[in-house]
Unconditional design. Structure first.
Lengths: 280, 667
């Protein structure tokens, strides 16, 4: 079976291991993820702060290319890309003028026929039904599932999970053999783009997240967003200096954790690429 | 030959600004059968009405068409004028030139043409009008009050004190409602139970009030003055006549750990229980879901200890039918429950409680005997946070409205806490302080200024537990949106007031309307606040919208006056706009073929079967017959009738056909 795949910039750069683990898990279930040819940037935070039409035209071009390529369903692992693509679909579906303007700007036909899956929706639909039978090494640890801001928001558009107390990652990890903890920072801000401009703020915000996960006995944090991952993993020094202690809980992508439960090769899952050593 | 009078009204400039009224009158004057036609500035005024009256007398008019505003506005006015001049009021029709024409169109030729058409239609219709007489129906002078909270209690007492009978039903084992759960009441801080319980006792002892607790409305039929209500009296599993309320059974019952509804789950009760010591009636009921006997088939401790042998395990629900003339609905409200606030941890952290739970903690009759102790470990909280608008005014939560009572009771809670816990610190997070009401604003200021409650203007994003404390993350919008973090021992959520579960079903049983939030709808938001759109059914208290005690009581007294007004008459008059099945000379008797599709279509069970017999008493045919007392004139049967044998009086097939043909200029 073949599904479309939109990696976005992060999965080709700082979070290559997310891409590697998504592809590895898919392969294990005989799912071929076909990359959208000639894809472009989703616009990220920059575009929608500058120009609304541009912020819709960029994701629309990706969706048009997917349509052209004959894809009906695409997997978008990055939470920010997913948000942009879904919001675009929503906006264009309710505004014909905008849709016409965007189509003209891109010079590509856009019908809105492609459905967009985030990583949890993809796993739920194609992996979870057979996951329990395929687990060879249950991920038998206490984990803190961290959703961040974009995976489940805005709820009016995404209509996915509960925005204030999401459960979908917890359910997945339960099936992979883990014990998800009940904690308070599932959707609190990690600091996001302040990573570069105000690293100390990220240290404080992400510090509270890591601190609470550790206090409640988690041995790993599970994420589904490259930005969250880089703040919680790469900015661990800033976090530790905010907390005044050295915390070495690793941060895993959901697909890495599931990959481990499936008994996939650690290197194929890109576990060696993290700043905080993955010991679980 | 008809002699019809046409009276075209200018309605000041409301009609004449866009319609050429003189031309309308002139054109109408030329129609066949029109004997008189005139236009006038205000037809509803005294001189206007006199114009109609004198024309009827002088010209001997047989029908009148008033071309003015909506019949909803002035049909009664003009029909009364006709009646005063000796014309049957149902020979008067209105053409709506204002709402249907002048208000919705620009000035011009076409607008006047439309006005002329509207008049023409009615002129042709009125030629087929017949004299009709109003229907008289008797009034059953007993009121049914549903719900025994403060609103239901007040309504019952007020109606009973006018000398009329009242049947009060309450779904719980005792009357008292939410007010009986409250500690003190704003803005005077008088004890809720102290002012309520005397009223409860008065209800129980009033010779005109029959009280049924543990009872619910099963179904309702009939109409104003003549309702038939079926009431389900749920089995209490005791013989109330024998029970003396001694309390032996409740003391000895071995099932002691059921969360008490009265204490909002903060206290426990037994399986056979009286909800609270001041309950009316002060006699227990058995909660069959939790009683060991009903679960396992043995125990019967209560039966053994009962000195009067009053326990009845085999008692069944009773369905009782009562006839009442009016109904007051006073079913109250409820508050939003767990799982609604995952971000606040309600239902997860035991020390995050609702306002109603705090009332029980602060109440002298509550589980802590009035001491503020937190549920998790019984400790006195040193720092307490109150959250106003937990769910209210939050479109994302589906509740865009203000729950109205929270600002005041939160101020009261914080004040009570400061009075009871010296040195304690209290915080209130609020959006706006809505303290409109007599002495309300002063009360809130007292909490802030005299009792030192810290009011923080801003919302709370999350509450979580850390090292035994509840961390409250919020923002202070008066300090440039500065984040605020408070380590609290207890948090009280002023959860949104919402309609009761089952409000929708009750509304459907009663044939009354409700709003999108399932609160019952009043007939007019300003001028008919206690009436519903169904005649004879009235509203009191928080079943209509969140209401505080003074408002609920005022509404209840208002509803009671409406009921008393209704009961001051021996007969009610109803418009004769009802369905009739035609009758013809033998051998046809009626075009009705007796298919009785109309019987199943009628929403009011107003259609019966009638036997037609010849002189020898032999049955010739069975036809439909409309009970004029029950028919509401909705016309559903007319649409269903395959042989067009049913007509609505005043809106017959003949009249409708004539109107359409007039519009097509076929006359």
């Amino acid at each position: 079976m073949t599904l479309g795949f939109y990696p976005g910039c992060s999965l080709k750069g700082s979070s290559r291991e997310y891409s590697e683990s998504v592809l590895a898990v898919s392969k294990a279930f005989d799912i071929n993820l076909e990359e959208i040819k000639d894809w472009n940037c989703c616009g990220a935070t920059a575009a929608h702060n500058m120009n609304k039409e541009l912020s819709l035209a960029l994701p629309a071009r990706i969706l048009s290319l997917a349509e052209k390529q004959g894809l009906t369903e695409i997997v978008v692992p990055c939470a920010a890309c997913y948000s942009r693509l879904t919001v675009t679909k929503h906006e264009l579906s309710k505004d014909a003028t905008l849709k016409a303007a965007v189509t003209e700007a891109n010079g590509l036909e856009y019908t809105g026929s492609v459905s967009v899956l985030n990583i949890v929706q993809f796993l739920d639909k194609y992996i979870t039904p057979n996951l329990e039978n395929r687990v060879v090494k249950p991920f038998d640890h206490k984990v803190a599932c961290y959703y961040g801001c974009l995976l489940v928001r805005p709820h009016e558009i995404l209509k996915f999970d509960r925005e204030e107390d999401p459960q979908s990652l917890d359910v997945l990890m339960l099936k992979a053999g883990a014990t998800p903890i009940d904690w308070a920072f599932k959707t609190e801000c990690c600091g996001a783009g302040l990573s570069v401009s105000r690293t100390s703020s990220v240290g404080r915000l992400s510090g509270k997240i890591i601190g609470d996960a550790k206090d409640r006995g988690a041995v790993a944090v599970i994420v589904a967003c490259p930005m969250c991952h880089s703040n919680l993993d790469m900015r661990r020094d800033a976090i530790n200096s905010y907390l005044g202690e050295k915390i070495d809980i690793p941060v895993l992508y959901i697909t890495q954790a599931i990959g481990l439960a499936l008994g996939l090769d650690r290197k194929a899952l890109g576990l060696q690429r993290h700043f905080v050593k993955v010991t679980v | 030959m008809s002699k019809i009078g046409v009276f075209v009204c200018h309605c000041g400039e409301n009609i004449s600004a866009t319609v050429d009224c003189a031309k309308v009158a002139e054109t109408a004057g030329n129609y066949d059968g029109v004997a008189f036609s005139v236009d006038y500035k205000y037809m509803c005024s005294d001189p206007g009405q006199n114009l109609i009256k004198s024309a009827i007398k002088e010209k001997g008019l047989t029908g009148v068409v008033v071309a003015s505003c909506s019949p909803r506005m002035h049909e009664p006015t003009f029909r009364k004028a006709c009646a005063e001049a000796g014309l049957n009021p149902f020979m008067c029709e209105m053409a709506n030139l204002r709402e249907h024409c002048s208000w919705v169109h620009e000035k011009g030729e076409a607008t006047t043409e439309k006005a002329i058409d509207l008049v023409r239609i009615l002129v042709e219709k009125v030629k087929y009008n017949h004299s009709l007489n109003e229907i008289k129906v008797p009034v059953t002078k007993t009121a049914l009050v549903i719900g025994g909270g403060i609103a239901g209690i007040q309504a019952s007492l007020d109606i009973a004190n006018t000398g009329h009978k009242v049947i009060l039903i309450e779904k719980d084992p005792s009357i008292g409602g939410h007010m009986s759960q409250l500690s003190e009441t704003f803005p005077t801080l008088d004890c809720s139970q102290c002012i309520l319980t005397p009223r409860m006792v008065e209800v129980a002892q009033h010779p005109n009030i029959t009280l049924y607790t543990y009872a619910e409305l099963e179904s309702l039929e009939g109409f104003i003055g003549n309702f038939k209500a079926k009431i389900r009296r749920k089995s209490k599993s005791i013989d109330e006549k024998l029970c003396t309320g001694c309390g032996q059974c409740t003391t000895k019952c071995p099932v002691k750990k059921i969360p008490s509804e009265f204490n909002e789950g903060l206290g426990k009760r037994t399986a056979i229980y009286v909800p609270f010591p001041q309950a009316v009636p002060n006699k227990p009921v058995i909660d069959r879901i939790n009683c060991t006997y009903y679960i396992k088939g043995k125990c019967k401790v209560c039966e053994i200890v009962c000195p009067t042998k009053a326990i009845r395990f085999d008692q069944e629900d009773q369905i009782m039918e009562v006839e009442v003339g009016a109904i007051v609905i006073a079913t109250g409200f409820t508050v939003k429950q767990p799982d609604f606030f995952p971000e606040y941890g309600y239902g997860k952290y035991p020390d995050v409680i609702t306002g109603l739970q705090f009332e029980r903690l602060a109440s002298a009759s509550g589980p802590t005997l009035g001491e503020i102790r937190r549920p998790s470990d019984d400790k006195v909280p040193e720092k307490i946070v109150f959250l106003a608008c937990a769910g209210s005014r939050d479109p994302a939560k589906g509740i865009p409205y203000c729950s109205k009572i929270c600002c005041m009771y939160i101020a009261k809670h914080a004040m009570l806490y400061q009075h009871k816990v010296h040195g304690g610190k209290s915080y209130v997070f609020y959006m706006d302080i809505r303290a409109g009401g007599k002495q309300y604003e002063e009360f809130v200021r007292r909490a802030i200024e005299d009792d030192g409650v810290n009011y923080v203007r801003g919302r709370v994003s999350r509450i979580y537990e850390k090292n035994g404390k509840l961390i409250v993350n919020g923002v202070d919008t008066l300090l440039n949106a500065m984040p605020v973090e408070i380590e609290a021992d207890m948090v009280v959520l002023a959860t949104a007031g919402i309609a009761n579960e089952g409000a929708e079903e009750l509304a459907q049983k009663l044939h009354i309307s409700y709003d999108p939030y399932k609160f019952f709808a009043e007939a007019h938001p300003k001028l008919k606040p206690v009436e519903t759109n169904t005649a004879g059914i009235f509203l009191a208290g928080a079943c209509q919208a969140p209401r505080d005690i003074p408002e609920s009581v005022a509404m209840a007294s208002g509803a009671a006056v409406k009921v008393a007004g209704l009961f001051s008459q021996d007969e009610l008059t109803r418009e004769p706009i009802i369905a009739v099945v035609n009758r013809q000379a033998p051998p046809v008797y009626s075009s009705c073929v007796g298919c009785f599709l109309c019987v199943s279509a009628c929403p009011y069970q107003a259609i019966e079967k009638e036997e037609i017999k010849n002189r020898n008493g032999e049955l010739i045919k069975l036809i439909a017959k409309v009970n004029p007392g029950l028919c509401q004139g909705c016309g559903t049967c007319v649409a269903f009738c395959r042989t067009k044998s049913i007509d609505i009086q005043g809106y017959t097939h003949e009249q409708m056909y004539t109107e359409v043909m007039a519009l097509l200029n076929e006359y």
